[in-house]
Design a protein around this ligand. Sequence first.
Ligand code: 3EB
Length: 337
Amino acid sequence: MNQRIFPLHLEYFSDSQPIPEQSGVHVLGRVSFGDKSPAATDGVDLLVPLDPLDSEPLSEVWTTDQLPTVGTHAGFETAETSELLFGAATLDCEDPEAAAQKLYGDLFEVLGERNFQNLLRIWNIVPRIGEDRAGLDRYMHFCRGRAIAFEQRHGQGFESLLPAASAVGSDRGPFVVWFIASKRAGIPRENPRQISAFQYPERYGPKPPSFARATLTPPCLGSELLLSGTASILGSESVHLNDTSAQLAETMENLRALLGKNGRIDSNHLRQLKVFVRDRSDYAEIREALMPLIQTGTQIMFLRADICRPELLLEIEGLAVQAPSTATALGTTPVAH
Ligand code: 3EB
């Protein structure tokens, strides 16, 4: 009892059990994976067609400290409080560029209508992301539509307003987007080991991907670090081709670099990791290699997904919070008291 109530909180819960109720805690949105929806919540419920790899499938549950108003705006299911807007939409469309323009155009309409100016986090599911379309892959088409939509909305310099994101591929179903926006701005963060995605050279596509490496939520929402999908990329290049364990190690280095040092979150705690795995047959190896690298109490879920570049075998996103000094960054030694 008397658990602290957070203004924005993420927890992974098993699909097979009801979400525990706590007075004063309200579900903004629940994102489940696979083909079977768990029982509905009072917030936005979304089913994403990526297969869970864990024996006990988990849902991503975002909660807040106010009772949200749920609704539908410009094709998005929304849950809204005075501080936060959670939204989700799906779209059947053959053309990934058109799909991105439509989804992001609608998203900006929702943000304008509800008066939420700040995107904190967005997730993108692109069906058959790696398939060729007129000499480019479908991910590149998606990136072009998304960049055009951002530029139409924010004009030149939109890059400084980009949220943390993930973009992975599904083998079935529609385009899916879900997002968290807030009244107050977060702070975008880039990774010193990587070229900003919005500055990738043209060989990765005619328009670069529109996302920040991480977003630090505003203090009123807990100054939590929302970590984008992160992969085995150094500079702008994929490294460790055909080597799952080396890609995992490089990805964890990239996540570590994002957690920051003095003056940022230095005593941090990784609360969640979501691991997207291209080949089911890599699941056991990745899981085994990952476990020793993480702190007790970090929640992990594994999903089968295509990664946006064909040579990437995995991608990992997460959430980190400032923690008491006894908590440690991933891979470091606990401090004794
Ligand atoms: C990368 O670093 C890997 O297009 O929104 C990660 C997170 C990746 C988000 C996106 C893509 C996106 O480029 C891929």
